[in-house]
Design a protein around this ligand. Structure first.
Ligand code: S3P
Length: 435
């Protein structure tokens, strides 16, 4: 992955234009995995061009799933045809699977592999090898699988079992990846598997399962599936990724005279927390749902600058904006103030996002206090720019770029190529939106 190169970002006066973000990363992973275990062929249009979603495809291919890429387009993404091998149809892989930088790949795929009666080892890059897996190991072992790892970090060996039992499970961290891993295992288990979340997380797995023909029971923050259900392949369109769109939404909110419209973007309510927070911080934001595909609302978001205000993100809101917190911190460097608490999960993302964010923003001249579970950014003084390290973390590379737009001088971002994990076109689009 071309993650080592540096990019220099010059200040901007305003951002204007229309953007179609890449296919949603979360939804792309799920459609590929469900298509793989479905009956019959599935066409996926607009699959994410990011490296993370390519990792899911390469792991599935190594497990014997036929996948053909029919088209690749910079704007509309990938078109794929996946020939489903049906429930428990994976073949034992010849070698260790490489999940690259992708936590979603290793965690969700482990849920499916838990039901396959062979051993699969999954590893990844140096960031992935630091990420905690006990959160999926604990419930999947209760269901009957076994795992081998070094204290819950990858490489992770899944010792599958074709005789899984359904469980009732309450995760102790709010995580859609954990919920999804357990539900995917539950699809292969005896009886009912139920996950009761302490706090709701994105529900793309639930919606996708239904779109592939499964029955999903939902009540409050509980979701359950009965084992033994068949999934049926079909035609799927991936909406644009609101977490990628968030960079342009924030840039427009931050810079006077800006006006940016995001097209064909996913507007699933479990992902639109960013809209509420931008409005609270003073931006003018409008959203319009145009239609829904496979249960996922899709539409447009328009953002114009407003005077930035002080805002707080409460612990109960964190799961809904977990991936947007770095760029929201960048917004507060342009003006206003932002404090976030209850976000300790940020410390176990692709990097320790609290400390790496604080380090980078301080180098640029920002005022940021770091707490164990959050941060406080004050936008009283204009950033000066500087040389920052994205720590091989895609969202940090892009968040620093958005902060840099408001600085007095240029900012050099090391490891900027990490953006390709979710948004390979990011730096080209950035230049095209400068007014
Ligand atoms: C994701 C869930 C979140 C998020 C990640 C994608 C998903 O992770 O940060 O980028 O697709 O389910 P957690 O489940 O670890 O919170």
């Amino acid at each position: 992955m071309p993650s080592t190169f540096a990019v220099t970002v010059e200040p901007a006066t305003s951002m204007r234009g229309r953007v179609r973000p890449p296919g949603d990363k979360s939804i792309s992973h799920r459609y590929a995995m469900l298509a793989a275990i479905a009956e019959g062929p599935t066409m996926i249009h607009g699959y994410s061009t990011g490296a993370d979603c390519a990792s899911t495809l390469s792991c599935l291919r190594a497990l014997g799933v036929p996948i053909e890429q029919l088209k690749r387009d910079r704007t509309t993404g990938l078109d794929l045809e996946i020939l489903g091998v049906q429930i428990r149809g994976f073949q034992p892989p010849a070698a260790t699977l490489d999940a690259g930088n992708s936590g979603s790949t290793i965690r969700m795929l482990s849920g499916i592999l838990a039901a396959h009666p062979f051993k699969t080892t999954i590893s990844g890059d140096s960031s992935l090898k630091r990420r905690p897996m006990k959160r999926i190991i604990t419930p999947l072992e209760r269901m009957g699988a076994r795992f081998i790892s070094d204290d819950g970090r990858p490489p992770l060996t899944v010792v599958g079992n074709s005789d899984l039992q359904g469980i009732d499970f309450t995760p102790d961290v709010p995580s859609a990846q954990v919920k999804s891993a357990v539900l995917l295992a539950g699809l292969h288990a005896d009886g009912i598997t139920r996950v009761v979340e302490p706090m709701s997380t994105r529900d793309h797995t639930e919606r996708a399962l239904e779109a592939f023909g499964a029955n999903v029971l939902r009540a409050g923050t509980a979701v359950a599936v009965r084992g033994g259900q068949r999934l049926i392949g079909g035609v799927f369109h991936v909406p644009g990724d609101i977490s990628s769109a968030a960079f342009w939404m924030v840039a427009a909110a931050a810079l006077p005279g800006s006006d940016v419209t995001i097209e064909h973007v996913g507007l699933n309510p479990s992902r639109t927390g960013i809209v509420d927070i931008l409005q609270r911080m003073g931006a003018q934001v409008t959203t319009a749902v145009a239609h829904a595909q496979a249960g996922e609302p899709i539409g447009t978001i328009s953002v114009r600058h407003g005077d930035l205000r002080t805002a707080t993100i409460a612990p109960s809101e964190v799961a809904g904006v977990i991936d947007e917190l770095p760029v929201l911190a960048a917004l507060a460097t342009h003006g206003g103030e932002l404090s976030v608490s209850g976000a300790q999960e940020l410390r176990v993302k692709e990097s320790d996002r609290i400390s790496a964010l604080a380090e980078g923003l301080r180098v640029m001249g920002g005022e940021i206090d770091e707490q164990p579970d959050g941060f406080h950014v004050r936008g009283r003084t204009r950033l000066r720019g500087g040389e920052v390290d994205a720590k091989n973390d895609h969202r940090l590379a892009m968040a620093f770029a958005i902060a840099a737009l408001g600085a007095r001088g240029p900012t050099v971002i090391h490891d900027a190529g990490a953006a390709a994990v979710s948004y390979p076109e990011f730096f080209n689009v950035l230049e095209s939106l400068r007014a």
